[in-house]
Structure formats: C-alpha cells, structure tokens
Design a protein around this ligand. Structure first.
Ligand SMILES: Cc1cc2nc3c(=O)[nH]c(=O)nc-3n(C[C@H](O)[C@H](O)[C@H](O)COP(=O)(O)O)c2cc1C
Length: 377
C-alpha cells in the first residue's frame, strides 16, 4: 500500500488491542521516524508499552481505550514552524503506520500531557501525540457510536478551494486528498487557492491551538493527492508542482519460495536498495527493469509482473519520482556490479536483508516480496 492509498483508507481509531507492535514493525517505524527527524530537525518518538498518558483513573481521557503505544510529536521550541512540521511529518508517519496495517489517532487534548514531558530534552516543546497500535478487525458498536458523535463529514471542494475553473487535474486530486485530512475537532480550518501561474496558496480560515498542525497535515495530503510538489512553510505558504520522473527495477531472488535469498545493491551514494534506473524514451516498464538489472548486475532475469510495487520519493527539490518494482529471478549472465553506479552486490536472506535496506519505502517492497514468495510455498 502506498502513502496515497493510505490517505483513502486511514480513519481515526480509538479502541486498541493489547497485542504489542512487533519488533520488526517498531524497527520499520523507527527508520521512517529517524529519516523525517533528520530532514526536519524534529524529535518525533515512538513510545511502546507505556499506557500512562492514557490510563489515568482520576480523569476521563476522552474516548480512547486500550492505548499502550503512542507517538510523541515534539521539536525545538525556537522553530517558528514547529507545529506545522509536526503535522506534516507526523502525518507521513501516521500514513506509513496505516500502510503497515496499524491503527492510529491524532490526540491533541485527551491525554495526560505531563506524563509525556519526560521524553523531551531541554529547549524542546511537546506539540501533541498520536495513539498507535493494533485495532480490532471489526469496529465495535462503541467505536461506531463515537464516530457518529465525533465526526461530521469533510468539507466540500467548494468550501476548501477556490480558483477551480480551468484547474489542472492534479489540483482537484490534491483537494480530494485534503478532504480526507484529519484535523482537530474535524474543523479543516484552511482554504487552498489556485493562482493564475498554477502555483497554489493555502490560508488558515481560523486559528486555534492546533490549526498549524492541521495546516501541516493538509499540506501533506494536498501534495500526495497532487502527486508531488514543494510547499513553503507557514500560513499563506505556496506550493509548486514537481516535475515527474519514473524508474523501474526489480527485487531479484534465487532459491525456492520456501528458502531463498535476495540480491541487494549498495549504490555509490552508500544506500542498500534494489537494482533500478530511469525509463528511456519508448521503453516499457519491463524493458527498463530488464535493461537496468542487466547493466547494474550483469544478470539476465525473468521478470514476474504479477508483483508490482510503487515507491515514490523526491530525489531532489522540485522533482518527484515513482519507482516501479517487479520481482525477478536470474536466468543467465554473470554477476558483476556496474562500477559507475554500484559499489557492491550481495545475496541475503530475508532476515539479513530487512535491516540492511536503507529506506523504509524499500523495506515495504521487500516485505511485500517476502509475502508474495511465501504465498507460493
Ligand atoms: C491535531 C489533532 C488533534 C486531535 N485530537 C483528538 C483528540 O484529542 N481526541 C480524539 O478523539 N480525536 C482527536 N483528533 C482526531 C479528529 O477528531 C479526527 O481526525 C477528525 O474527526 C476526522 O476524522 P478521521 O481522522 O477519522 O478522518 C485529532 C486530530 C488532529 C489532527
């Protein structure tokens, strides 16, 4: 599931099961959190098996039950955009957790703030938290009732946006994703304006304790719906649509579905990933994948297109890239790393490969490949 898919499926969930988040899932979330903290200078943390902020007997902590794990959204109090960054990067983590099958709920007020302060360093400010964990497959009657009480429907496109005549399709997709953005008390206190030069500006329509968090969440949703672009921070911030690029590659495996290894490539930038590269003009996705595998690893492969995973990221400011991964197994050639791009190649078991792949998005692809092969046992 991509983050854009997670936009469509995420809802706030308020009843949690006692089952712990698995160590592998914790590791995967921590990888994403570390990446975003580095990028944004935040101090977001995943706290597991600590129900204290939600378990006070003396106070009624809203409608959340069984919360044992939570995300702390915090960062330097000197950062004027702290709350908005927590919204933007926090929602990236929430959507990552949704894609992993975990339930989440942003929490601004209904928790014991004091018992979270121990996670902060000097000069840091706590913005808010989010509950995270396993939730029942079937929503309970209570959960349904809470949704009826707490929820009102999202704002309409006309309430959320202006400049709609002659708006490009990416703008409309962006607004549709904003309709699905969570916000404190479901206020969605913002309005997006498409400008004549096709840039987009967003303004807060009211300010309250969490409107900047809501703004950061909405900016992220717009960006995902519009398929990439760059926002400037702040009320009145501007969005410029990114140029789109596409690469194709494959998760290469050998052995049997029951016992197998994966081929990982250490790229010259230092990160471990799968072989992949740019689509050249006139090529199909499969032709690109086969050519790139051949160039980067020296292997001929049989590509299975029933497995197709898409990873999206920004290789540089103003450019968004979709990488299509198939699954493939070697049929010939002789293995050697392409010097210009690949520093090292290696075969690894799933258990060895999982912590080695550098990016959380690639780890998702590896997990999907492992599930795909295991199903064929
Ligand atoms: C910053 C923020 C704070 C929130 N605080 C709470 C809260 O304290 N308690 C709660 O039950 N829900 C809280 N929510 C969840 C909203 O009520 C929910 O996102 C909104 O009603 C939309 O529903 P959805 O998330 O299911 O789409 C919060 C959401 C945000 C973004």
């Amino acid at each position: 599931m991509t983050l854009s898919d997670a936009v469509s499926t995420r809802i706030s969930l308020r009843s949690y099961l006692p089952d712990p988040i698995s160590p592998q899932q914790v590791c995967q979330l921590d990888k994403a959190i570390a990446q975003y903290n580095r990028q944004a200078g935040l101090h977001i943390q995943l706290i597991c098996n600590r129900p204290d902020p939600f378990s006070s007997l003396t106070k009624s902590y809203g409608m959340l039950t069984g919360v044992r794990n939570y995300l702390v959204f915090a960062g330097p109090e000197s950062d004027p955009d702290l709350a908005e960054k927590c919204g933007y990067y926090g929602e990236l983590i929430i959507l990552t957790a949704t894609a992993m099958g975990l339930g989440t709920c942003w929490v601004g007020g209904t928790y014991d703030r004091r018992s979270c302060l121990c996670h902060l360093s000097e000069g840091e400010k706590l913005v808010c938290v989010a509950a995270i964990g396993h939730t029942p497959e079937e929503r309970s009657g209570r959960e349904k009732l809470i949704r009826r009480i707490a929820q009102r429907s999202s704002k309409s496109v006309a309430e959320l946006a202006s400049g709609l005549s002659h708006a490009p399709s990416w703008f409309m997709s962006g607004i549709t994703a904003v309709q699905r953005a969570p916000s404190a008390r479901n206020l969605q206190p913002y309005r997006f304006v498409k400008k004549r030069d096709n840039s987009v500006q967003v303004h807060l329509t009211e300010t309250n304790s969490f409107s900047s968090v809501d703004l950061g969440i909405a900016k992220l949703h717009f960006e995902l719906g519009a398929h990439g672009g760059v926002w400037s921070w702040g009320d009145g911030g501007t969005f410029h649509k990114a140029a789109e690029e596409k690469s194709c590659g494959a998760v290469i495996w050998r052995g049997t579905p029951a016992q197998h290894q994966y081929l990982l490539a250490r790229h010259n930038g230092g990160h471990w990933s799968f072989p992949k590269g740019h689509v050249e003009s006139g090529e199909t996705e499969i032709q690109t994948a086969a050519r790139e595998i051949w160039e980067e690893t020296g292997l001929q492969t049989e590509i299975d297109t029933k497995f197709r995973q898409v990873v999206t990221y920004y290789p540089k400011p103003g450019v968004i890239k979709d990488v299509i991964f198939f699954i493939a197994s070697p049929t010939g050639g002789s293995e050697h790393a392409q010097e210009a791009e690949i520093a090292d190649l290696g075969w690894f078991s799933f258990e060895e490969a999982r912590p080695l792949v550098t990016f959380a998005t690639d780890e998702e692809v590896l997990l999907a490949a492992e599930a795909y092969l295991t199903q064929q046992e």
